[in-house]
Ligand binder design. Structure first.
Ligand code: DGJ
Length: 715
């Protein structure tokens, strides 16, 4: 039933999700428009035939606005002056796209509307799909140049989403930078066009391709929220247009202003999906729905538990030796670590960041016998083995670059700007992708690797593809799809392989990369307090099970802030726990405490990694705050209080999402000074009056934190 023809109404369809309806039709007047009529709480399907579809806008005088905002794919053409989702130049400099409706192709969960600009042979298909369960609607567009001349597309978004008029609208999203990713921002959406974008060639640290919009009245657990996300890992652009009349259209797609897509006759181009979701349950429900969608339809191995890993980067930086790594591995195994990952510095001449990228063989001085001596020992210690790679990059000082200087993004006669002393390999090229699979596959297979940390440490510059002429800009799309293709092929050949997406921390986190990776490196900033804010912003879209979090050293490598081990652990336990510290420097007491905390995490990680998240309260990293995960009868709470004194909080933490009539019992935690095991309360009490936690007491030492596990006893 998810996508159905509305009875009695020609060319009208309803996409019906678990709790919402999305209503659209093809309107064939002088100008064909695919119009969105409704997106909100579920309508009774049988009644749809009875209701009047009222045009949202008025016509008549020339300066009263036309209804361009209500279209699924507003084109640049005709009587439209809003944000175009499709903008093209045809032969002879002709613009103004004019589409006619050809046909609808329907299946149970998918609808394709085929339109055509007959004069220039441009076929445009609008796709809509309702994946099973949940409220996410997937939409994308494919175009085909079936004409005799080339077409240049200046903008081809996955589609526009329309929100009904309200006196005000407010947006929520994230901005950031290196080591300060996913900072939450919430502000009034002004009348005008607000664009969020990445021009870096990757998802970027600066913004993330999603938005939530409400009428200024939503809270964490109540209120209408409309949200759109783009499943794409290259440059992107999302424009929220609030019109003076009070409605909002959100157009999202790949690319950014400047580059254009040149389609010669016979060429086709498909956009990544833009995903829409509506809820009446506030930001928290929106996030939980996104997490559920990621688990059901995006992540390749959603049912697996992520192992506790150790990563050597902050311990050794580029000083990688076989003996040093083995020493770390022994210490990591002793803490209960399950996966040992060797980071940068193991290959070619890579003894610092000036050379060796691209030369993917073990550094002969550091690993004279190859890597298997180390990895066999790692396996002997009961851990699995993983390795850092950065396949899309090359140092000019490398054998690879000396041999293939044309493999990088470049324009003839222009500089080749380096960043971190490296250039970007053009993964749009067949030979570059073949080379990548050619070394990655044996690297994984011959070393029994179960894990690759796939890094990407710079943005595009001089993004040319010589030889491709007018089509060169397509590399912005084809590079990303090339990376996807290499990952997909590698995973196909090595089904046991799991991949972590990294881009100088969290520069490539999105629902496109998560389709072929299992977790992401959230940020290079492992300072627990900074990290709380980063993790909160991350949690708006992405599930905790895909969020890599390391516990690093006492004084943080980036900020120098000193935070107790227990607090650092509790922050990292809110996602997929890892350890990234210089273990030989840890005291015996720290190691003993770490061992206990790793064991405590293993007890609850299924709930954290697979459960429903409630952001309970507070400003993470600043005030008392807490997160809760619920899976079936099990509830896990992580509570934090970074400051010693805060008289303004009640000291009681209210839980959420429980069965009000059930009794919940404290069944564990990490042995800290929490509420004693065996304590029992009704769900109603826990949600209404809350728990008095030592961590939340108004006065006490800095950096109090605790883990609490409860179980539903009756219902
Ligand atoms: C950037 C990553 O975010 C770090 O964790 C580390 O892997 C370095 N690159 C290695 O060069």
């Amino acid at each position: 039933m998810p996508v159905l023809q509305v009875p009695g109404r020609p060319n009208t369809w309803a996409a019906v999700t678990e709790t919402t309806t999305y209503l659209l039709s093809v309107e064939e007047g002088e100008e064909v428009k695919v119009v969105q009529w409704y997106w909100g709480p579920r309508l009774p399907v049988a009644a749809l035939a009875e209701v009047t579809l009222q045009p949202a806008r008025y016509h008549g005088t020339s300066f009263l606005d036309p209804d361009d905002i209500d279209e699924l794919l507003p084109v640049d053409g005709g009587r439209r002056w809003g944000v175009p989702s499709l903008q093209a130049t045809f032969e002879g400099g002709v613009r103004s796209v004019e589409l006619a409706f050809e046909r609808a192709v329907e299946s149970d969960d998918e609808l394709e509307l085929v339109l055509r600009d007959a004069a220039h042979g441009l076929r445009v298909s609008l796709h809509l799909r309702c994946p099973e369960g949940g409220d996410v609607i997937e939409r994308w567009v494919s175009v085909a140049n079936e004409g005799a001349a080339a077409v240049r597309l200046h903008r081809l978004d996955s589609g526009s989403w329309v929100l009904p008029a309200r006196p005000r609208h407010r947006y929520t999203g994230v901005y950031g930078g290196w080591a300060q990713e996913t900072q939450l921002q919430r502000a009034e959406l002004p009348v005008g066009e607000t664009t969020f974008t990445s021009r870096t060639g990757t998802t970027s640290h600066k913004a993330n391709p999603w938005i939530m919009v409400d009428a200024g009245d939503a809270t964490e657990e109540t209120g209408e929220v409309w949200t759109v996300a783009l499943a794409w890992s290259g440059s992107w652009r999302l424009t929220a247009q609030r019109r003076p009349e009070g409605d909002v259209a959100i157009s999202a797609g790949f690319g950014h202003e400047g580059p254009s897509w040149y389609l010669t006759p016979g060429d086709t181009l498909e956009t990544p999906p833009a995903l829409g979701l509506h809820t009446t349950g506030g930001y928290g429900t929106a996030s939980r729905s996104w997490h559920e969608y990621a688990r059901r339809h995006v992540l390749p191995h959603p049912g697996e538990l992520r192992p506790v890993l150790y990563n050597s980067w902050e311990a050794t930086w580029f000083e990688v030796t076989e003996a040093g790594q083995l020493d770390l591995a022994r210490r990591a195994a002793d803490l209960g670590v399950e996966l040992f990952v060797v980071d940068d510095g193991w290959f070619g001449e890579r003894t610092d960041d000036t050379r060796g990228l691209g030369d993917w063989w073990p550094n002969p001085d550091r690993f004279p016998q190859g890597l298997n001596g180390l990895f066999d020992a790692v396996r002997g210690l009961g851990m699995q083995a993983g390795l850092w790679v950065e396949p899309e990059m090359v140092n000019p000082d490398s054998d690879l670059y000396r041999k293939n200087p044309d493999w990088v993004l470049h324009y003839p006669g222009r500089r080749r700007d380096t960043m971190r002393n490296q250039l970007v390999l053009n993964f749009a090229r067949d030979d570059v992708r073949a080379w990548a699979v050619g070394w990655l596959d044996p690297l994984v297979r011959d070393h029994g690797l179960v894990y690759l940390k796939w890094d990407m440490n710079r943005s595009f510059t001089q993004a040319g593809w010589p030889g491709e002429g007018e089509r060169g800009d397509l590399l912005w799309i084809k590079h990303t799809r090339g990376v996807y293709a290499v990952m997909d092929e590698l995973r196909r050949r090595n089904p046991g392989l799991r991949i972590e997406s990294c881009s100088g921390g969290g520069g490539r986190v999105d629902l496109g990369i998560l389709r072929r990776t299992d977790q992401v490196w959230t940020s290079d900033n492992t300072d627990a307090r900074d990290r709380q804010a980063i993790q909160q912003g991350y949690s708006y879209l992405y599930p905790a099970g895909a969020m890599s979090c390391w516990v690093t050293d006492r004084a943080n490598a980036i900020t120098g802030r000193v935070v107790p081990l227990r607090y650092r652990f509790h922050v990292a336990m809110a996602g997929t726990l890892g350890i990234g510290g210089d273990l030989p420097e840890w005291t015996a007491e720290e190691l003993a405490e770490a061992r206990e905390l790793v064991a405590a995490y293993k007890e609850v990680r299924h709930v954290v990694q697979h459960g429903r998240l409630h952001r309970l309260a507070g400003t993470p990293g600043v005030t008392a705050s807490a997160v809760q995960y619920t899976l079936g009868a099990e509830v896990v709470v992580l509570a934090y209080h970074p400051y010693g004194y805060n008289g303004s909080v009640s000291g009681r933490l209210r839980l959420a999402g429980l069965d009000p009539d059930a009794v919940y019992e404290v069944v564990g935690g990490d042995g800290g000074p929490a509420v004693p095991e065996g304590s029992r309360w009704h769900g109603r009490t826990l949600m209404s009056h809350g728990l008095a936690l030592p961590t939340w007491a108004p006065a006490g030492p800095d950096y109090r934190s605790e883990l609490l596990a409860l179980r539903r006893m009756t219902s």
